[in-house]
Design a binder for this molecule. Structure first.
Ligand code: NAD
Length: 438
């Protein structure tokens, strides 16, 4: 099939590349001239495991190309995916300006029956609005389908190629047939394509992300309680996770969720609920708790240093909002860095992939290092923010030699508490006993 993907960010580039890999001819469109220039020159613009080789292979095969021109991109397309940003507007609801602008333009460009697919995360009723915006400018037959994306950054290619399920919101038989054909190679193992109405498909995405954010937040609350009651969150996690009704995943306590999706989607669902006079109370609690959870180690750090972080050197391991990505949107690292700078601390950071993105945000106000050990030189404390595997089995002896003090604040509970304790570290983590080094 001929496919156009409008918006070539995390979702668009993965969607375009993977659909080219399954044999389609894909043109990706983006208004960012620099991005398109790089992609045309074979330079990948995001870090996503496994993506680069598929990207190179499909360009070479002539199935994947890039343009800044919408009319060029959609010419001959059977299906047009919208993978555009839906950031929070001033009031927290999803800002649909990018989607509706492209819908207006598409109306002027359709020359044959086309399926327009909302892949962006959009509030209930958006498919109808997109349809209205397109029809204003055309008499061509077309369908608008909601096909929310569930890929996780860091494993996006795998998630796209082997989805747990594909959700397709449409009542058009013609669109259903085309979408089924397109997704057939991805669900050969028997995972379902779930057809439903557009509104339910749109809500499914928000409900999924909000449920996951709630699950994480619930465990963070239990962890905070563990600290007060002298219980251990790891033991409690295992205790409840073995109950098949609860399941083992998304039960790890830490310093909050971030990223481009959970924070904005929880906020947008709360706003959508409010707009129909429904007070979705649990979502407000989730947002409040997560905001404080993200920076919960700072007061502990301050209290350790008798209320004064000025001129303390703090090393930070991990900047991306989660491992295997360079994405720092809403990452807990950014809020911690901001506050630490404000308090006069000197900051030394390392992340395997996200350094350049953090450099754009913080410039010369912090120091950047090439590996995890050099970031520790002369540090008064280490703050662990992202659970990259490289941080899981460090050389504690070497760490102790490099640091000014053997002091770790671990926002991701990477170590069994005995390990840093054995090496004389003070080790303060989430929902577990605080260890004070000798
Ligand atoms: P992104 O910001 O990485 O990419 C969006 C791209 O759209 C950018 O490259 C931007 O230049 C481009 N763009 C903006 N206006 C344009 C226009 N008029 N024409 C062409 N291109 C235009 O965003 P993303 O992370 O890929 O997210 C896209 C959507 O998918 C959002 O709604 C998001 O909530 C949803 N989503 C994201 C993820 C994720 O993990 N990132 C997962 C599932 C769903």
């Amino acid at each position: 099939m001929n496919i156009a993907v409008i918006g070539t960010g995390y979702v668009g580039l993965v969607t375009g590349t993977c659909l080219a890999e399954t044999g389609n001819h894909v043109v990706c469109v983006d208004i960012d001239v620099n991005k398109v220039e790089k992609l045309r020159n074979g330079i990948i613009t995001i870090y996503e495991p496994g993506l680069e080789s598929l990207f190179e292979h499909n360009i070479k095969q002539g199935r994947l190309s890039f343009t800044t021109e919408l009319h060029e991109g959609i010419s001959g397309a059977d299906i047009v995916f919208l993978a555009l940003p839906t950031p929070p507007g001033n009031d927290g609801s999803a800002d649909l300006q990018y989607i509706l602008k492209v819908a207006d333009d598409l109306g002027q460009l359709l020359t044959k029956y086309t399926v327009i697919v909302d892949k962006s995360t959009v509030p209930v009723g958006t498919a109808e609005r997109v349809r209205d915006h397109i029809s204003k400018n055309t008499n061509q037959e077309f369908d608008v389908v909601s096909n929310p994306e569930f890929l996780r950054e860091g494993v996006a290619v795998e998630d796209f190629m082997k989805p747990d399920r594909v959700v397709i919101g449409t009542t058009s038989e013609k669109a259903k047939k085309l979408m089924s054909e397109l997704f057939a190679p991805l669900v050969r193992q028997g995972n379902p394509i779930l057809f439903m109405d557009e509104r339910s498909a749109e809500l499914t995405k928000y409900a999924a992300n909000s449920f996951l954010a709630t699950k994480i937040t619930f465990m963070n609350e239990v962890a905070n309680l563990c600290e007060k009651l002298g219980a251990d969150i790891d033991a409690v996690r295992k205790g409840i996770g073995t109950d098949t009704r609860i399941g083992k995943r998304f039960l790890f306590a830490g310093i909050g969720y971030g990223g481009s999706c959970f924070p904005k989607d929880v906020q947008a669902l709360a706003k959508s609920s409010k707009s129909v006079d429904y007070d979705f109370k649990i979502l407000n609690a989730v947002m409040d708790i997560n905001t404080s959870q993200k920076v919960k180690l700072i007061p502990k750090m301050e209290s350790y240093f008798n209320g004064d972080l000025a001129n303390k050197t703090i090393a930070i391991w991990g900047l991306a909002f989660k491992p295997y990505t360079d994405d720092i949107r809403e990452a807990p690292s950014t809020e911690n860095i901001r506050i630490l700078i404000e308090k006069g601390a000197k900051i030394q950071v390392y992340d395997p992939e996200a350094i350049e993105n953090i450099r754009v945000k913080f410039g010369d106000s912090i120091n950047y290092y090439e590996d995890e050990y050099s970031a520790l030189k002369g540090a008064d404390a280490l703050l662990i923010v992202t659970e990259w595997p490289i941080f899981r089995t460090p050389d504690f002896v070497r760490m102790g030699e490099l640091m000014n003090q053997k002091l770790i604040f671990d926002g991701r509970n990477l170590y069994a508490t005995e390990l840093p304790e054995k090496h004389g570290f003070t080790y303060i983590s989430i929902g577990r006993k605080e260890i004070y080094g000798k």
